[in-house]
Design a protein around this ligand. Structure first.
Ligand code: SF4
Ligand code: MSK
Length: 624
């Protein structure tokens, strides 16, 4: 049967994306949606997790007439092993990003880098104290050095637990200890997962799933949390401020540079170079009005949260941004960067530059960044972009207009400040039922869905039900484009949430950062639970990733659940080939960690699911 081609309308919710999809077709640029069509139908064995490639006696596929792999592994073991490696990949991604942040802090502390400095000394001292480092009588560098050494140790072979478990309620820590899933060290848990899934090691699906939880907890409460906290120390803790979102942030009369990836270490330097008067006059000499910097995906979130730099779009907008024909340079660090961007760039005058030795792309120019050359390299890049401006073919430029305004910058520090310094007023609002609970909607785009349909509709449905929504990652762009990140969106919220938002002047959907910043949400959950003297699993909270795609998103979902937060996913990971593993994820985990996953592609039904959960948690706390 011939495959049915999706219309542009079915591919995306957005006018800016639709216009660029149309232009891409005319310009002969292939996009992720085209390639998805070529890849469909997908391999059923892979989709259900029933393929094993862990040794050369295989590869093996589990079928009715071949229920065991050559070694004797059954469907449950193979599915659990595959899931374990999947989330280990995601945890490694976030955490290696965290390690790069520690190296930056360490280098600054030793005075080896003049390219970076400590912007938030108060936060450095606060975290050092929180983690038991004596700060009295010590200089900032000395404290930074001790803190970076402590964080380095969190990656190694700790016997006990990672440092930020001081933020975890005692009940939860006790539960993790009893289950044997207390995260000891980031690298340790990831390496152990690779070991356990080698042929002939952990051949018990539930036991493997418990180590998946442990590995992801090391990501959430260590790798990601360290990345977030150090980024705040080095570049400033986010405060609420205005920004803009959609492809309309690209400007026709300016040199346009896009930064893409996850780690702010490169993009913060690019921002400095873009503001350099020498670079601006160089751009003017070439006939541009100036230099415009905009972000994509999570690097975009990082720059927007701290510096208010506009966001061009999320994951599925990255190719489409190039299709505007007005982008001179796209600078990438790592993660979620489609290799197809090089090809798309070659269809125009757009140059793609990679900056990390661990994320090189064939066909892209490589300009490696390190602690000692970052300012110099950033200026070099901006100069390259300026030179590219004269190669732009104005007849091929088409930029969708009308970016949406949004408020960003809701770090926990900013939220607590807005509440008068303590979580008390938030707890009171929850007790009074004005805010019935909170849901974090996080994660990606996936071309299998109509882009952002699930992300936006779920947020809208939840705020109507007085459920405060927190967003990070690629959901930010979705809800921002829908206008939900503006205080006026309170008018779309239920009466209780509306009242609170109006009183505080905040939107009903709060932007809390990038993917690693989901650690901010974990911390907030810990603060609320500790304040009430309960476990995180007792709180009226939920997580959701309606359009997720990445290994990292699966790791986030797993650490949410293991931390006691019910988590909705638009579609399951590749685990449905095992009843044991699927049942464990959907219900069995509930009796172990007090939370589980829920699967629902329809955002309206998902809102029901989350609402029911929040209602039952409220009842558990004796609230109506
Ligand atoms: Fe097949 Fe077992 Fe080897 Fe996997 S580990 S490929 S199931 S023989
Ligand atoms: S960038 S992991 S597509 S959120 Fe963090 Fe977006 Fe998902 Fe990547």
């Amino acid at each position: 049967m011939p495959k049915k081609k999706k219309s542009i309308e079915e591919k995306t919710l957005w006018p800016d994306a639709a216009r660029m999809l149309d232009k891409a077709e005319k310009d002969g640029v292939e996009t992720a949606w085209d390639r998805l069509e070529q890849q469909t139908p997908h391999c059923k064995f892979c989709q259900t997790g029933l393929t094993c490639r862990n040794c050369t006696m295989g590869p093996c596929q589990i079928r009715k007439n071949a229920p065991l792999g050559v070694c004797g592994a059954d469907a449950d073991v193979i599915v659990a092993r595959n899931f374990g490696r999947f989330v280990a990949g995601g945890s490694a991604g976030h955490s290696d990003h965290g390690r790069d942040c520690i190296e930056a802090l360490h280098s600054v502390a030793l005075g080896k880098s003049t390219d970076y400095s400590i912007k938030d000394e108060a936060k450095l001292l606060r975290i050092a104290r929180e983690l038991g480092i004596a700060v009295e009588g010590k200089g900032v560098s000395e404290v930074a050095l001790e803190l970076s050494d402590l964080f380095f140790a969190d990656f190694g072979s700790r016997q006990h637990e990672v440092s930020f478990l001081v933020r975890v309620p005692e009940k939860r820590k006790k539960l993790w200890n009893e289950l044997g899933i207390t995260p000891r060290g980031v690298d340790r848990e990831i390496a152990e997962m690779m070991h356990r899934t080698h042929m002939g090691c952990d051949n018990d699906a539930p036991n493997l799933m418990l180590h998946s939880a442990r590995t992801c907890l090391a990501d959430g409460w260590a790798g990601s949390m360290i990345a977030t906290e150090i980024s705040d120390i080095l570049f400033g803790t986010p405060k609420p401020g205005k920004s803009k979102v959609n492809l309309g942030v690209i400007q026709e009369d300016m040199v346009n540079i896009l930064v893409h990836g996850h780690n702010p270490i490169v993009s913060e330097k690019v921002l400095e170079a873009v503001n350099d008067p020498e670079m601006i006059s160089l751009a003017r000499e070439k006939g541009a009005k100036g230099i415009n910097l905009a972000g994509l995906c999570c690097t975009g979130n990082e720059l927007m949260m701290r510096q208010g730099i506009p966001l061009a779009g999320n994951h599925l907008m990255t190719e489409l941004a190039i299709v505007t024909g007005a982008v001179e340079l796209i600078v990438v660090d790592y993660q979620c960067i489609m290799p197809s961007l090089v090809t798309a760039g070659n269809c125009y005058h757009t140059k793609m530059v990679t900056t990390a030795d661990k994320a090189r792309f064939t066909g892209a120019e490589h300009v490696p960044f390190d602690m000692h050359n970052a300012s110099h390299q950033a200026r070099k890049l901006v100069q390259t972009a300026v030179e590219g401006f004269s190669r732009r073919d104005s007849s091929r430029v088409e930029i969708p207009q009308g970016p949406m305004e949004m408020i960003t910058g809701f770090s926990n520090e900013a939220i607590l400040e807005a509440l008068g310094g303590t979580p008390g007023p938030l707890i009171e609002a929850i007790k009074a039922g004005k805010i019935r609970g909170a849901a974090a909607i996080v994660g990606c785009n996936n071309p299998k869905y109509r882009q952002d349909y699930g992300n936006v509709n779920l947020a809208k449905e939840l705020i109507k039900r007085d459920i405060l929504v927190l967003v990070t990652g690629c959901v930010t762009s979705a809800v921002g484009k829908a206008g939900l990140l503006m205080p006026e969106a309170a008018d779309e919220a239920g009466a209780g949430l509306h009242e609170i938002c109006k009183a505080l002047g905040v939107p009903p959907v709060l932007h809390m950062g990038s993917c690693v910043d989901n650690a901010r949400i974990l911390q907030l959950a810990g603060i609320l639970a500790n304040e009430l003297g309960v476990d995180i699993s007792d709180l009226p909270l939920a997580g959701s990733s309606p359009e997720w795609y990445s290994e990292k998103a699966a790791a986030i979902g797993t650490y949410c659940v293991a931390s006691g937060i019910f988590t909705h996913l638009g579609h399951p990971p590749n685990i449905t080939g095992s009843e044991t593993v699927t049942n464990l994820a959907l219900s069995g985990l509930e009796s172990l960690v007090g939370a589980s996953f829920g699967i629902e592609p329809d955002p309206f039904k998902a809102a029901e699911m989350i609402d029911e959960r929040i209602t039952s948690k409220r009842k558990g706390l004796g609230l109506s």
